[in-house]
Design a protein around this ligand. Structure first.
Ligand code: CA
Length: 368
């Protein structure tokens, strides 16, 4: 009513009024749909859990409240690692997760999130949207009865929290570390004992000493989960996650039943939340890092020796997995070609720009 009045007073005439009436009629006839979404992430994280809630809110707004998606944190409907199966089996219509949690089913899932020494956030989105990544991932997810849509990226992550310092590769031997995805295979090659634990369960494991180290995301999330209270050393960079992407999963039958308009609204809302998540992390991480350091957290950079050993182990693991898994090889070949071009291009404009601004910025700061 408000809008119709506005259009009339704005003098848009019959055409405008007719269009409004048509859309109002269409809206009145739009079906009411209620879905459940199972998230793999704890409710306390407004960034990553909140992204699915933000998407659901936009879907409801854009459909005049007709299409409602209720978001559940684990273990309300299913535990965090059960999200993919729950969507596949139709227990829920939707899920939100990090696909590299499912490398046990197929290591190819890791390309949907992040690969060690791989793409940064911008490059991951470019590979998915414009570089052939999304069709490759959709072919994989189709075998699991799922239509996948990118929904968020955290940006480059930190390397996690350690009770003891990591000075050499030998310090990784026997280290029980919670780590996500394909990187677990690389950590195992380096002698560590990787543990797959979802977000909400990491703190108690680290507190009890059941694990020696844990990585999650970065300062803003890690502070909320309280890791700084139980481990002193905070390492960077998270060489296994230069730009990890999260994905929405939609059960294929549920997707097929959606009106075309709702499909378009749902995809648009996912992409909006995708950009919003990266913005949130970028805005909130530096502030949280200052608080952590102020509270006694000791920041450490992984030694070059550890970085080079991890890089070599990663390449060996890629080659091993590609030999055993033809699908992995097919995706890897596309991904690696894309990455090589990206690294070359970013080296010309982005990296020198970033480096200069960082260096000059520091000098100017100290000159004040
Ligand atoms: Ca992580």
């Amino acid at each position: 009513m408000q809008r119709r009045k506005f259009l009339k007073s704005a003098g848009l005439g019959l055409a405008g009024a007719a269009a409004t009436a048509l859309s109002t009629t269409a809206m009145a006839q739009a079906p009411e749909i209620k879905w459940r979404l199972a998230s793999s992430f704890p409710k306390s994280l407004d960034t990553i859990f909140g992204a699915a809630e933000g998407m659901a809110k936009r879907v409801a707004e854009a459909t005049g409240g007709k299409f409602q998606i209720q978001v559940f944190a684990p273990p309300e409907i299913v535990p965090g690692p059960g999200v993919l199966d729950a969507v596949k089996d139709g227990t829920v219509q939707m899920g939100h997760s990090a696909s590299y949690y499912f490398v046990g089913k197929d290591p190819t899932f890791a390309f949907d999130t992040a690969m060690p020494f791989g793409l940064n956030s911008r490059q991951q989105t470019a590979w998915m949207m414009q570089g052939g990544g999304l069709p490759l991932m959709r072919a994989l997810f189709k075998d699991y009865n799922i239509y996948n849509i990118p929904l968020g990226n955290t940006g480059a992550q930190m390397g996690g929290w350690y009770r003891k310092e990591i000075k050499t590769v030998a310090d990784l031997k026997g280290l029980k570390i919670r780590i996500g995805g394909f990187a677990g295979l690389v950590m195992a090659r380096l002698g560590a004992v990787p543990q797959q634990i979802t977000g909400g369960d990491i703190y108690p494991a680290l507190e009890k000493g059941a694990i020696d180290a844990a990585e999650w995301v970065g300062p803003y999330d890690d502070e909320k989960l309280g890791f700084n209270k139980v481990a002193k050393y905070y390492y960077y960079p998270g060489w296994w996650e230069g730009g990890p992407q999260l994905s929405a999963y939609v059960n294929l039958a549920a997707w097929a039943k959606l009106p075309k308009e709702y499909q378009a609204i749902l995809e648009a809302a996912c992409y909006e939340a995708h950009a919003d998540m990266q913005a949130k992390y970028d805005a909130r991480n530096p502030v949280a890092l200052k608080r952590l350091i102020g509270g006694g957290t000791q920041l450490r950079k992984f030694p070059d020796e550890v970085m080079h050993a991890a890089h070599a182990a990663t390449l060996a693991q890629f080659a091993d997995t590609a030999t055993k898994n033809p699908r992995f090889k097919k995706v890897y070949d596309s991904w690696a070609r894309f990455k090589d071009d990206q690294v070359a291009w970013f080296g010309i404009a982005e990296r020198p720009f970033d480096n200069f601004v960082a260096t000059a910025g520091q000098k100017n700061k100290s000159a004040k």
